[in-house]
Design a protein around this ligand. Structure first.
Ligand code: MD6
Ligand code: FE
Length: 217
């Protein structure tokens, strides 16, 4: 056998880590689909490029983001909300790639959320130094649906807190191909991402791509 640095299957872990009563990390769940997922990201960003949005508090986010699906999450001086139109392109957000939909459905089913049909996908791009401060995902209309989150590229330390901002947060390492699913009683838990350390990935270099699939509308 020849050693292939680009074949993550050789070294990846599989299996699941439970991080809350209804929250799991499915290790390597997206690995077999990484090519199709990355192609999907390219198709999306050709239409709606990554951009650094402003928060209502006046900060520019260190994470660059875009969206696909019927609804896209945006922030500006007026607040956080979901829109059907990308404010940058003036066009509807790009369609959800089929590979995203299938993966989200299958990952949700795997941990007890059958019939997950997301209508929104937030795509985040991290570079060294990028971070995401503790937040709740609460702009969606329906908290019954879970959220499925896919990590590609550089590893990150994910912070998984409780229902109150002050609750101590667990540090969960997320690697290329890992999928986090959470919902039910965990749906509104605070979470974030520690400042990214430089640790180039063979496929994606000094970048981490994360996308989160939701039912927003
Ligand atoms: C990230 N993720 O992993 C940021 N939100 O880059 C999130 O903010 C997130 O992973 C809701 C559910 C899952 C997540
Ligand atoms: Fe979030």
């Amino acid at each position: 056998m020849t050693l292939n640095l680009f074949d993550d299957e050789d070294t990846a872990q599989h299996g699941r880590d439970q991080i809350g009563p209804q929250s799991y990390v499915l290790r390597g769940f997206a690995l077999a689909h990484a090519d199709a997922l990355l192609q999907g990201v390219d198709t999306v960003t050709a239409q709606s490029p990554f951009r650094h949005m402003r928060t209502p508090g006046g900060y520019t986010m260190s994470v660059a983001l875009t969206n696909c699906g019927e609804w896209g999450w945006t922030t500006d001086a007026h607040g956080y909300r979901y829109t059907r139109i990308d404010p940058l392109s003036g066009q509807p957000w790009p369609a959800l790639p089929a590979a995203f939909l299938h993966l989200a459905h299958d990952a949700a089913l795997e941990v007890g959320f059958p019939g997950f049909t997301p209508d929104a996908c937030l795509v985040n791009r991290y570079e060294p130094g990028s971070r995401l401060s503790l937040h709740q995902d609460k702009n969606e209309r329906d908290f019954d649906a879970p959220i499925v989150s896919v990590s590609l590229g550089m590893p990150a330390l994910f912070l998984f807190g409780g229902n109150d901002r002050a609750d101590k947060a667990a540090r969960v390492p997320l690697f290329h191909g890992d999928v986090v699913v959470w919902g039910g009683v965990d749906r509104l838990r605070y979470h974030g991402v520690m400042p990214m350390k430089e640790a180039p990935h063979p496929r994606l270099g000094s970048r981490r791509i994360n996308f989160t699939l939701r039912k927003a509308g």
